[in-house]
Design a protein around this ligand. Structure first.
Ligand code: AP5
Length: 218
């Protein structure tokens, strides 16, 4: 199973990608997490990406495509879910090309649909473990102890790009640069739409059913 997730910031792509990983063993490839890890490690890629991310803009295609080619080389034929890639038409075309060269193709593109006000509210209350990328939500899914990850006891932080002004910019960038992918995947019959505002379990079941995955319940 090879799947990509599309959707605006805060739509729950990371949350659902982690569930697909945990439940069905798909490799989770989260470009946002990989880029943030590169920033934390001070790599060349991290240095180049940082200013774009702080401003809520997309990191240039060539950098992200190279990064994804590297990630896919490590997947070695296993199924994957990409959360955050592709985000532009050139990225989608590049992904199709990389898969074709490996004799593979994408099975589905899942579109998370949700209204702006609800997504902005979610991001304002999101808390993230910067080491693992695991997220909580102060309103809907709080950790047992505020500021501490239930799983590994690590500290939770609010992402810098979750500030209201940066979230606005990210939503604008999504509309302009990523939304065209909806038609790209609809045309080839790969688009699956889910209601991003439904409860986490309901979204997970809808995705599992649409992907034909068995045992959708944990
Ligand atoms: P990235 O980290 O990918 O950010 P994003 O796509 O904006 O998505 P988010 O991580 O903000 O949200 P999400 O949809 O994963 O929601 P989550 O599950 O956390 O990218 C960051 C930046 O990196 C970009 O701005 C760009 O600069 C750069 N970048 C990344 N990829 C790139 C690319 N391909 N090309 C160029 N640049 C790239 O959920 C949000 C909150 O809601 C959480 O608190 C969660 O607990 C809660 N929640 C989730 N689902 C539900 C639910 N169903 N009900 C209630 N609460 C829920």
């Amino acid at each position: 199973m090879r799947v990509v997730f599309l959707g605006p910031p805060g739509a729950g792509k990371g949350t659902q990608a982690r569930l697909l990983h945990d439940r069905f063993g798909l490799v989770q490839i989260s470009t946002g997490d990989i880029l943030r890890e590169n920033i934390a490690r001070g790599t060349e890629l991290g240095k180049e990406a940082e200013s774009y991310m702080q401003r809520g803009q997309l990191v240039p295609d060539e950098l992200v495509i190279e990064m994804i080619e590297h990630e896919l080389a490590g997947v070695r034929g296993r199924g994957f879910v990409m959360d955050g890639f592709p985000r532009t038409v050139p990225q989608a075309v590049a992904l199709d090309g990389v898969l074709a060269r490996r004799g593979a193709r994408l099975d589905a593109a899942v579109l998370f649909k949700g209204n702006r006000a609800a997504l902005v509210a979610r991001l304002a209350s999101r808390w993230t473990n910067p080491r693992t990328g695991r997220t909580y939500n102060a309103l809907t899914n709080p950790p047992k102890v505020a500021g501490i990850d239930d799983q590994d006891g690590g500290p939770l932080v609010q992402r810098e790009d979750d500030r209201p002004e940066t979230v606005s910019k990210r939503l604008e960038v999504y509309d302009r640069q990523t939304r065209p992918l909806v038609e790209y995947y609809r045309k080839v019959g790969k688009l699956v739409e889910v209601d991003a505002l439904a409860p986490v379990e309901a979204v997970a079941e809808k995705i599992a059913a649409a992907l034909g995955a068995e045992h959708a319940r944990p």
